[in-house]
Design a protein. Structure first.
Length: 366
């Protein structure tokens, strides 16, 4: 295999796939990136057996071929070369020789046949949606995913496809985030898949606010998302996601309307003196005023007062401040609605006059 490529052209696909390469690997080949040169296209693939990323770019290929190279070393070499330099890479036996300007490197290789690739998705369902819509769904919900929960199906993001509606849901058992969007060309029937946490984090890194469409393919065990020059493939979590509709309060008739940014800043300030582990704050709500109070084991105390509109009787209720800040930060509206049933029931948070995203936070005993 021999090819020539500009440093900038080579760096871009390397940066796209390097995120899935773990520093400690069970299999040596997983520390490598698969390089395939054919025609005038160079493709790079990296995997951790759960998520696979493949990126393409153009190159001047003298001899086609396939090989795997140490991913992080290759990345560091290319990144530290001078800009606008031309890179020449040639493979001889089990070594790869890289020449760029007056620099020379020789890297160890492993056979391409040892590299584990995800099989082609058969009989999958396909849909297309603009990149920015998929990114918005993930950004508005991903923070509510569980972290290393024994209920493994909570350590991911539920994607639900229902006709022309695409819905993202995440919960860790203490809070829930839901966001939905309408797409032009939906799919028949309903389908639920759970994308693992690592896959969700890679998608957040790869997706942009662009208008161009991404193709989403759903197989029985995998999801594949095709961006213009990158293919993302992830295993799905095999499990049944809880019935999230049962968690969303339906009789929350005590509604508080409040300025989003005022509430967010007040919560951040008050939580400074809350218990570091539980982050508890107390809401004391009357018809025109919200008092937020926190204290900690050192007997320190913080208090804020905010003007609100509240349609219920006087209410005292406790929450984890971090959960509230996460939910409020994901809402785009200037005003936020918080709907309560009583002091022992979950609170429903949404933007004023906008219910495409909903957030449920369980109360805390303080």
């Amino acid at each position: 295999m021999k090819f020539e490529i500009d440093r900038e052209e080579f760096l871009k696909p390397l940066q796209a796939v390097i995120g899935v390469v773990e520093r400690r690997q069970t299999l040596p080949v997983l520390s490598n990136v698969l390089v395939v040169a054919e025609g005038n296209t160079l493709s790079l693939t990296a995997t951790d057996l759960e998520v696979e990323l493949a990126a393409r770019c153009e190159a001047s290929i003298e001899e086609p071929g396939r090989i795997t190279l140490p991913a992080r070393k290759l990345m560091d070499i290319v990144r530290n070369l001078p800009t606008a330099v031309r890179i020449r890479l040639a493979v001889e036996e089990d070594k790869a020789h890289i020449v760029a300007a007056r620099s020379r490197f020789t890297l160890a290789t492993l056979p391409a046949n040892d590299f584990p690739l995800v099989d082609v998705i058969d009989d999958g369902q396909t849909l297309a949606l603009p990149q920015h819509q998929l990114l918005a769904l993930i950004e508005r919900t991903h923070f509510s995913m569980a972290l290393q929960d024994v209920r493994y199906y909570l350590n991911g993001l539920l994607l639900e496809l229902d006709g022309n509606t695409v819905r993202a849901v995440a919960t860790d058992g203490h809070r829930l985030a839901l966001s939905e969007t309408q797409i032009a060309a939906g799919m028949e029937g309903q389908r639920q898949v759970i994308v693992p946490r690592k896959g969700v984090q890679e998608l957040l890194r790869l997706l942009s606010d662009a208008e161009d469409e991404v193709q989403v393919e759903l197989g029985s065990n995998h999801i594949r998302i095709s961006l213009p020059d990158i293919k993302f493939t992830s295993k799905l979590i095999d499990g049944r996601f809880p019935d999230y509709q049962r968690v969303i309060p339906t009789h929350a008739d005590k509604v508080m309307l409040v300025d989003r940014e005022n509430l967010r800043q007040a919560l951040v300030r008050v939580s400074i003196l809350s218990n570091e582990k539980y982050r508890g704050v107390r809401f004391d709500i009357s018809s025109h005023e919200l008092r937020i109070v926190s204290n900690n084991p050192e007997q320190e105390e913080a208090e804020e007062e905010i003007a609100v509109e509240f349609s219920g009787d006087h209410l005292e209720i406790g929450f984890n401040a971090s959960y509230l800040v996460d939910a409020i930060s994901a809402i785009d509206e200037e005003q936020v609605e918080m709907a309560f049933t009583d002091a022992n029931s979950s609170c429903l948070i949404s933007g004023h006059n906008n219910t495409v995203s909903k957030y449920v936070v369980m109360p805390m005993r303080l």
